[in-house]
Write a protein that binds this ligand. Sequence first.
Ligand code: FAD
Length: 459
Amino acid sequence: MANKIPRVPVREQDPAVRATNFKEVCLGYSLEEATLEATRCLNCKNPRCVAACPVGIQIPNFIEALKGGDVKGASEIIAKDSSLPSICGRVCPQESQCEGSCILGIKGESVAIGKLERFVGDWHLNNPQSVELPAKNGRKVAVVGSGPAGLACASDLAKLGYEVTVFEALHEIGGVLVYGIPEFRLPKKGVVAKEIENVRALGVKFETDVIVGRTVTVDSLMDEEGFDAVFIGSGAGLPRFMGIEGENLNGVLSANEFLTRANLMRAYDEEYDTPIYVGKRVVVVGGGNVAMDAVRTAKRLGAEATIVYRRSEAELPARVEEVHHAKEEGIEFRMLTNPTRVLGDEKGWVVGINCLKMELGEPDASGRRSPVEVVGSDFEIACDVVIMALGTSPNPLIAATTEKLETSRRGCIVADEVGRTTRPGVFAGGDAVTGAATVILAMGAGRKAAAAIDEYLKK
Ligand SMILES: Cc1cc2nc3c(=O)[nH]c(=O)nc-3n(C[C@H](O)[C@H](O)[C@H](O)COP(=O)(O)OP(=O)(O)OC[C@H]3O[C@@H](n4cnc5c(N)ncnc54)[C@H](O)[C@@H]3O)c2cc1C
C-alpha cells in the first residue's frame, strides 16, 4: 500500500558545515525523490490538507499529477491558488497547516507536502511558461509595499488588465522575503528574484525608494496621480523592545535591524563593507521564527549564539523545523529565562544581560501557560550583543498621512475579510492588517484584495 512507504528524507547541508556558511540548508528533492514521495499520498476523498491550507491549494490534485511525472500539470494546479510556491514551499508552517492535517500523520509521517510544493515551484521558476495577458483595461492601481501581500495583489490585478505600480520604501523588492528571512532559508537570487521577475513579466511596474507617507501619500496617489484604487501591503516592520534598563546601550539592537544589515545589506558577504558587530557572544531574546533567524545568522557570522526565552520549549512559537536546525547547528537554548536588565561597561557597550529564572503558571488569553518569576533567581549571562526579537507592529506613517483610514489600538489598518478599509477605493492586507503573521496569509490577503478591487472598479 502507498502509505507503507516511509517519508522520503530530504537532503540537507551537514550542520557543522552549514553553521559557517549562508548557503541554503535544505537541498530539496530530485525528480525521482519527489515522484516517490508523491506516491505516498492517499488522494483522500475529503482532503483535510486542502481545508488546512490558508489559500486552499488543491494539494491531492497537484500530487496526483506529480505521481505520473507531470510536473508542468502539477505547477498549473498550484498556480490557480498560489503565486509564490517556491517561497511558500520553503517557509510555510506546513506542520501546523497542510501536513499537520494529513491523515497519514495520525499514525505515522504525513506526506512532505511543503517539499513537494517547493519542488514544483522550483521547476516552474526554471521553466517559465508564457502567460497570455488580457488587453489593458485603462484603470490604474497603486500597491504600497512589495512583500508577499503586495506582490500577490499586483500579479492578480495585472492578469486582469490593470496598470499596476508597486511603490516600495526600500531599494530592493520583496519585503521580509529579502530583508528578513536569511539566505540560508530562502535564496534571494535563485528563488525570490525569479518570483519577482515573474511578477514583472506580467507588466507590473516597480518604483523603489518611495516612502508612501513621505515621498507621496495615498491621497496624492489617488487625487493627483490618477490611481483609481490603492492596496496597502506595508507589513509590520516596527520592532518592539522590552523597556528594560540598559536597552539603549551600544550592542543592543532589534532583530529587524540585525537581519536587514546581514541579509539585504549583505553584511555576511566579505565583498561588502556593511557595518555589523557580533563580538564573541550574542544573546537573542525571543522564541519565534525571527529569533531563530537572528540567532542562526549570528552563529554564521562567527559568534557563540544563545536563545533566551521566558517560556518552555513546548511554547516556542518558531517552526519546529527551524528549532531543530538551530539545535543541530549548535545554538544554545536558555528556556524559562527572562531578561531584566542589560549590563554595560563605562563606555556604554554591552557586557552581559541580567536574567531571572521563570516557571510556568496558569494559561493566559493565548492558551499558553504564563511564565512566572522565581523570586531571587537572578543570574547573569556574559555577552557583547543583545538582539531583541519580541515581535513587530505596523509603522503608523501611512495611517497618519491618509484621510479616513481607521486603525486598531495595535496600529493595524482596519479592513474587512476582502481587504476593504474605511476609505473607499483603499484596500489593505497582510501584516499591515493582521500584525506580524505569515507569508501565505499575506499572499492570500493580497489575492482576495485584488478580486475586491476588480469588483469595486467594475461597478
Ligand atoms: C525574520 C523573519 C522571518 C520570518 N519567517 C517566516 C517564515 O518562516 N514563514 C512565514 O510564513 N512567515 C515568516 N515571517 C513572516 C512573514 O515574512 C510576513 O508575515 C510576511 O512577509 C508579511 O508580508 P507583507 O507583504 O504583509 O509585508 P512585508 O513582507 O513586511 O512587506 C512590506 C513591504 O512594505 C514596505 N513598506 C513599508 N512601509 C512603506 C511605505 N510607507 N511606503 C512604501 N513601502 C513601504 C516595506 O519596506 C516592505 O518591503 C518572517 C518574518 C520575519 C521578519
